[in-house]
Design a protein around this ligand. Structure first.
Ligand SMILES: NC(=O)c1ccc[n+]([C@@H]2O[C@H](COP(=O)([O-])OP(=O)(O)OC[C@H]3O[C@@H](n4cnc5c(N)ncnc54)[C@H](OP(=O)(O)O)[C@@H]3O)[C@@H](O)[C@H]2O)c1
Length: 255
């Protein structure tokens, strides 16, 4: 049952327009949270998720964010403040889910400086500075969840920079938890296994999909809701003593 107190909580999900982020946004709304979700290149997908939530009786707003452009984050933070005030009558929010990310599909020998820099900007630098800018707007006792990857733990050809950056993100998770402990802001990372989304162009042909599925003890590819349901289960005080952790949600992949 949703209480009025739960209804007033608000989550901001970056990359909430598609895939895993979409599932997090929709499942958060089902749990009674207000949702601010962001899109980058596909505004219509972002608006479609917000419409789906609003039509189902929840409350959601879709905003543009390029997570690889820290120079825009001051303006984005102002927009968040305005939306919180106008839509929820608040000047802060409860949960930040840093989900937006881009994939790598290049062996080390083929990885250019441009590819490297794009990956750094969206998957690590952007998360650092967006969190830094938004933390003043997060309530004391709130939570940040960074979406990492199983590839932070095991190596897979063609994803060296991506995997290293997700490992870096898990390191940042612990540092943020340490430095914002005085405000009781918990910071955790959730590391999905292989999830069947459009990420990096999808999981390829049937043979490749079966190989990836076989790498998980549970014997299948994940779906976006496998992650969305778990992440949203953490967005409450039920997880109140979980802090600075890496939690892998991958069906037992590469064990
Ligand atoms: N799928 C997997 O197997 C898997 C496994 C482990 C971890 N992950 C992680 O899970 C997260 C979500 O992945 P997904 O599978 O849901 O990917 P997806 O289906 O490709 O969706 C990516 C989302 O991120 C947004 N986005 C992309 N570039 C952005 C940018 N520069 N700035 C802001 N938003 C941007 C997209 O918005 P637009 O469409 O509007 O551009 C979209 O909403 C990522 O961090 C990824 O690393 C995925």
């Amino acid at each position: 049952m949703t209480t009025s107190n739960e209804t007033s909580k608000v989550v901001l999900v970056t990359g909430g327009s598609r895939g895993i982020g979409r599932s997090i946004a929709i499942n958060a709304a089902k749990r009674g949270l207000g949702v601010i979700l962001t899109y980058n290149s596909q505004p219509e997908s972002g608006q479609a998720v917000a419409d789906e939530i609003n039509n189902a009786g929840g409350k959601a707003i879709a905003l543009h964010l390029d997570a690889g452009k820290p120079a825009s984050f001051d303006e984005f933070a102002k927009q968040i403040s305005a939306v919180l005030h106008e839509e929820w009558g608040r000047d802060n929010f409860d949960y930040l889910v840093n989900n937006a990310g881009i994939a790598q599909r290049s062996l080390i020998q083929d990885t250019t400086e441009e590819i490297f820099d794009q990956l750094v900007n969206v998957n690590l630098k952007g998360v650092f500075f967006l969190s830094q800018k938004l933390i003043p707007l997060i309530v004391d006792g709130g939570q940040i969840i960074n979406i990492s990857s199983g590839l932070a733990r095991f190596a897979f050809p063609g994803t060296a920079v991506y995997g290293a950056l997700k490992a870096g993100l898990e390191g940042l998770t612990r540092y943020f938890a340490k430095e914002y402990a005085a405000r009781k802001i918990r910071v955790n990372s959730v590391a999905p296994g292989a999830i069947d989304t459009e990420f990096g162009g999808g999981k390829g042909d049937e043979e490749h999909r079966q190989q990836i599925a076989a790498a998980a003890a549970i014997g299948r590819l994940g779906v976006a809701d496998d992650i969305g349901l778990f992440v949203t289960s953490m967005l409450s005080d039920d997880s109140r003593f979980v802090n600075a952790q890496r939690i892998e949600v991958g069906g037992g992949i590469m064990i």
